[in-house]
Structures are given as structure tokens and as C-alpha cells.
Ligand binder design. Structure first.
Ligand code: FMN
Length: 328
């Protein structure tokens, strides 16, 4: 397979596989762990433009990142063009390499506020937002969309044209309607191919990747310049490296159990360093649950995780989980 020669503004992502924004997961620790293997671009979790505008502490706490994460995109959400522009300029000043606008989040809370995928109901607002943010920043600008809000109303190509016309540097499409939420059977890669054929800016394909083979298939079937992966990295931070290796050599990249344990312990350490033990361990519960999925006694340990609140207890549990394999 041949990759395209595209760039996103001045950014030349390598590999061509990007880490998706996953609210509640892809904080700095998560991004550093994935990036220690490979990722063309990493994205922050979605950040409220209003939160930035009003200087909300919780929002500002989400903006920390380290140099090793570059190139890093900050993803913002909102529905007021000048507030999104303010947030984008603020984030450029903070040192982010790229701004991405969330136009795809289907969760009721976000949609009710008129943000995320709700924007796909009002394409004149989409245009005003891209125009306004474009004027405010010099770094690359992208939009991340779904193929439409309402089932059956595909607006992806139209949004692609608007984004391109207003100076966006790339467009990311999750080929599913917001009303379909996250139903695996609704993933539609033809919509990604169609978008690629309809715009001249790079297209980032996204959605429904479960295996290394799927990544290759998405590149081949859609012609996308980049593939963005989210859930497949949960519990498998080496997934992007493995997929890239698979495309280039036909072989996958795997981790030994010992390496995996080391990565989890490192992830916990980074998280606790960043957020303190109480919050860090609380957040690591769901992440560790993904890491141990499929291992012996996983369901028992997943339940136990909910009661764990210290780093040492979490480490102890992990030694127990992984120890079962040494005994065998
Ligand atoms: C837990 C979770 C959190 C997500 N958070 C965001 C987000 O903050 N911003 C965004 O644009 N998409 C978000 N998404 C959507 C993903 O970025 C991605 O588009 C979607 O999961 C499809 O890709 P995948 O099949 O590779 O996971 C989220 C998805 C999940 C499952």
C-alpha cells in the first residue's frame, strides 16, 4: 500500500495513523504512553471553548502536555464562533501545534448545548465557526465530523467543501450519523471514500477500527490520507505502532506480558504525578480495566478495581493478575 504525500499545514505526521480524542482517557499520561510507541498526531480530550473563555480551572487543568507529545492537537467544542476563535488563539499561544474543532460528539449533554454533532444541523454556523477560528490562528486547523446528525441525512461532503473553502487544513470523518451513536454495524467507510473524492484537503478516516488489518483496509478502501484510531488503543497502547508495522512489513508488533505490566505501571505513575494519587488512581480504574481485559480472573479484578484508591493497592493487584501467568 502507498500512503499519499499529504501534509496537514506544515505538519507531516509519521506514522499516518493518529490517536483519536477520547474524553476521560486521552489525557497527557495516556498520550505519552501511546506516543512512546508511535502516533502521527495525538489529540487532547475535547476542551470547552467557554471553559477557556471564562478561565474555568478544570478546563485549564486539561491543557498540560509535554514536549514528547508533539505534534499535539487541541480539540475544542462550542457553538459560538468568536468564543471558539478566542479559545483557539489561547491554545495556539499555549504552544499547541494544531486546533481541531469537535463537530461530531453525539452525547446528549453536548448536543443539547448546541455543540458537537448538533453543529451538523446548521451548516451556516459551521461556516461561520471555521471562518472565525481560521482568522484567529496561524497553526493548522482541522474539523472532526460525523457524516450527519440525522440518520439518512449525509452532509459530510457539504461540510467538507465548507471547511475547505474557509481554509481548514484537513477534515476528519467518523462515518456514522450522530443518531446512530456508536453502533458498530452503522460504520460506513463508503462515506469516507466519497468525502476523499470530493475535497482537495487531506481526509482523516475514522471509526470502527478493531485490528491492524482494519487500518490497512480503511486506507485501501477509502483512499484516506490518514487513519485515526480511538478505542482500539484502549488496553493496547502499542496498537498504532503495530498497525503501522503491519502495513509496512506484514508483521504485527506485540508486547510480552512483562512489557505490558511495565507499561501499565508507568501509566499509573504518570497519571499520579500529573493528578495526584486520589484523582489519578480514580481515573486509572477504567484504564486498568481495559488493560486487563481478557486476562485470567479479569471480571473479578475489574469489580475489585472500583474499591482501589491507592497506587500501592493498584500495583499489588496488577502483580497478582500478571503473577497468575508466571505460576502457570
Ligand atoms: C469514551 C469515548 C470518548 C470520546 N471522546 C471524544 C472527544 O472528546 N472528542 C471527539 O471528537 N470524539 C470523541 N470520541 C469519538 C472518537 O474520537 C472516535 O471518533 C470514535 O470512537 C470512533 O473511532 P474508534 O472506532 O477508532 O474508536 C470519543 C469516543 C469514546 C468511545
Amino acid at each position: 500500500m502507498k500512503f499519499t504525500n499529504s501534509k496537514i499545514g506544515a505538519i507531516n505526521p509519521e506514522p499516518k495513523i493518529l490517536l483519536a480524542p477520547l474524553a476521560g482517557f486521552t489525557d497527557s499520561a495516556y498520550r505519552r504512553i501511546v506516543k512512546s510507541f508511535a502516533a502521527g498526531i495525538v489529540y487532547t480530550e475535547m476542551i470547552s471553548s467557554m471553559g477557556i473563555f471564562y478561565g474555568d480551572k478544570k478546563t485549564l487543568d486539561m491543557l498540560n502536555f509535554s514536549e514528547e507529545e508533539r505534534p499535539i492537537a487541541a480539540q475544542i467544542f462550542g457553538n459560538v464562533p468568536d468564543k471558539l476563535a478566542y479559545a483557539a488563539a489561547f491554545l495556539e499561544e499555549r504552544g499547541f501545534d494544531m486546533i481541531d474543532i469537535n463537530m461530531g460528539c453525539p452525547t446528549p449533554k453536548i448536543v443539547k448545548s448546541g455543540s458537537g454533532a448538533a453543529l451538523l444541523k446548521d451548516l451556516s454556523l459551521v461556516k461561520a465557526i471555521v471562518k472565525s477560528v481560521r482568522k484567529a490562528i496561524r497553526i493548522p486547523l482541522t474539523v472532526k465530523i460525523r457524516k450527519g446528525f440525522y440518520k439518512g441525512q449525509n452532509v459530510a461532503n457539504e461540510v467538507g467543501k465548507i471547511a475547505e473553502g474557509e481554509g481548514a487544513d484537513a477534515i476528519c470523518l467518523h462515518g456514522i450519523f450522530a443518531e446512530e451513536f456508536f453502533k458498530p454495524e452503522c460504520e460506513d467507510w463508503d462515506s469516507i471514500r466519497s468525502l476523499k473524492e470530493n475535497v482537495n484537503i487531506p481526509v482523516i478516516g475514522n471509526g470502527g477500527i478493531k485490528s491492524e488489518e482494519d487500518v490497512l483496509k480503511m486506507f485501501e478502501e477509502t483512499g484516506a490520507d490518514y487513519v485515526m484510531v480511538g478505542r482500539a488503543t484502549l488496553g493496547a497502547p502499542h496498537f498504532i505502532k503495530s498497525a503501522d508495522t503491519y502495513i509496512k512489513t506484514g508483521k504485527k508488533f506485540t508486547l510480552s506480558l512483562k512489557e505490558k505490566l511495565y507499561i501499565i505501571l508507568r501509566h499509573i505513575e504518570l497519571e499520579v504525578d500529573d493528578k495526584g494519587e486520589e484523582r489519578g488512581i480514580k481515573e486509572m480504574r477504567k484504564i486498568v480495566a481495559h488493560y486487563i481485559k481478557g486476562m485470567k480472573g479479569a471480571s473479578h479484578y475489574r469489580a475489585e478495581l472500583n474499591g482501589i484508591s491507592t497506587k500501592s493497592d493498584m500495583e499489588k493487584m496488577l502483580f497478582e493478575v500478571f503473577g497468575k501467568y508466571e505460576e502457570a
